[in-house]
Design a protein around this ligand. Structure first.
Ligand SMILES: Nc1ncnc2c1ncn2[C@@H]1O[C@H](COP(=O)(O)OP(=O)(O)OP(=O)(O)O)[C@@H](O)[C@H]1O
Ligand SMILES: [Mg+2]
Length: 380
């Protein structure tokens, strides 16, 4: 049995079902991130683990103990919220010590634990201050300190960094990860920021409409999404999608048609029976090329908008009426608006989704094991 085990969990609020059949196993010392659009159930699931909500159906065990109906204060979990919820009239020291005093720890033990947390969080010079004399980032560290001193079996974070400005958020992200490695704690962290999820998580849980869409390492979710929702959610800018109808399978390719684009021959193979079916083609902006690769789909396009981000350019190119494709290309000089060019979609970076939005297994045309000739000159 895993360290934290959630089994067949449902949560209803009257007739509204906020969580649907949640199953999840978290190993000790893992850093798990819940991510998903607003209202998908992230906070509800976290609060259910902490005991602030009771599941309608299902079971939660932590370190071998069934905690489904155990009072929050008896679960040995600590939760850090988005709004730090500090006591304004208490000093930093007393804010951090508060829970320990409540539980009747000795003065010496409290002193020891608070000093250790303050050292970990670089709060030592601030212990005598009141919350209003602190910056947002410092307040958030106090809230984390309050969780650390409890030495919980499990840390629960609900968007702890979303009140901070972008620069501070990046710094706190690194500090939180350092803390995680130093204290080897187990943590479940909620965010709706997919960059935060990708950079912090050992494994990501993607939630959508109360369900788990996919669980995996950041790389797994990026490279092998099991459905269109995950493919579109992970990655920034998001994956491009094109609606196609499959006309027929050829020996080495898939012949398709798309409205406004006409015929498209995809250099991929699949075992699935998809002749005559509607499918969605997916390709990430970073995989769209401006020069030909060995086997790729060619799409004539007209440059619409170029977003210059310094290190890279985001090219929004019109491939048909009202149909844009985004390409992430190297920074520096970029093609200008209304410039005509050809976009190349390499076969090995294509995804295909069926009408139920599940991924269709495909393989690119390169024979396994044979080296791929890169950057071969295109013969016009
Ligand atoms: N006490 C409640 N009573 C009724 N519905 C609730 C209650 N709490 C949450 N919900 C509903 O459950 C769904 C999930 O809410 P939840 O707060 O878990 O979303 P979330 O993923 O944390 O969203 P956000 O990213 O906006 O914080 C929402 O549709 C919400 O309106
Ligand atoms: Mg929430």
């Amino acid at each position: 049995m895993a360290y934290l085990e959630i089994t067949q969990l449902d949560k209803h609020y009257d007739r509204f079902q906020a969580l649907k059949q949640i199953n999840l196993s978290v190993e000790k010392e893992e850093f798990i991130v819940f991510v998903g659009p607003s209202g998908c159930g992230k906070t509800t699931l976290l609060r259910t683990i902490s005991g602030l909500e009771t599941p309608t159906v299902g079971q939660i065990t932590l370190d071998g103990r069934d905690i489904t109906y155990v009072h929050p204060s008896k679960r040995n979990v600590a939760m850090v919220f988005q709004n730090y919820a500090l006591f304004p009239h208490l000093s930093v020291f007393e804010n951090i010590a508060f829970g320990l005093r409540l539980h009747g720890f000795t003065k010496e033990e409290i002193e020891k634990r608070v000093q250790r947390a303050a050292a970990l969080l670089h709060l030592e010079p601030l212990l005598a201050r009141k919350p209003k004399q602190l910056s947002g980032g410092q307040r958030q560290r106090v809230a984390i300190g309050r969780a650390i001193v409890k030495q919980p079996k499990l840390f629960l974070f609900d968007e702890p960094l979303s009140n901070l400005d972008a620069k501070l958020r990046v710094r706190m992200r690194v500090e939180l990860l350092n803390l995680h490695y130093e204290t080897r704690n187990t943590a479940v962290y909620v965010t709706h920021d997919q960059v935060e999820a990708m950079t912090m998580a050992d494994r990501i849980v993607i939630l959508n409409d109360g369900r788990v869409e996919q669980v995996g390492t950041p790389v797994e979710l990026y490279e092998r999404p099991t459905n269109k929702f995950v493919a579109g959610f992970i990655g920034s800018p998001q994956m491009n999608f094109l609606e196609l109808t499959v006309e027929g399978r050829r020996e080495n390719s898939l012949a398709c048609v798309a409205e406004g684009l006409g015929k498209l021959v995809l250099p991929i193979q699949t075992e699935a029976t998809i002749e005559g079916k509607k499918v969605t083609l997916g390709i990430r902006p970073e995989h769209v090329q401006l020069t030909a690769t060995e086997s790729s789909v060619r799409l004539p396009a007209v440059v619409n908008i170029v977003e210059n981000l310094g290190s890279e350019n985001l090219l929004h190119a019109e491939i048909a009426d009202n149909q844009l494709l985004v390409a992430k290309i190297a920074g520096g000089a970029a093609p200008e608006r209304n410039h005509r060019l050809t976009l190349f979609l390499p076969g090995e970076h294509l995804y295909l989704f069926d009408e139920q939005e599940n991924v269709i297994p495909i393989s690119p045309l390169v024979a396994l094991g044979s080296p791929r000739p890169r950057e071969k000159a295109e013969t016009p």
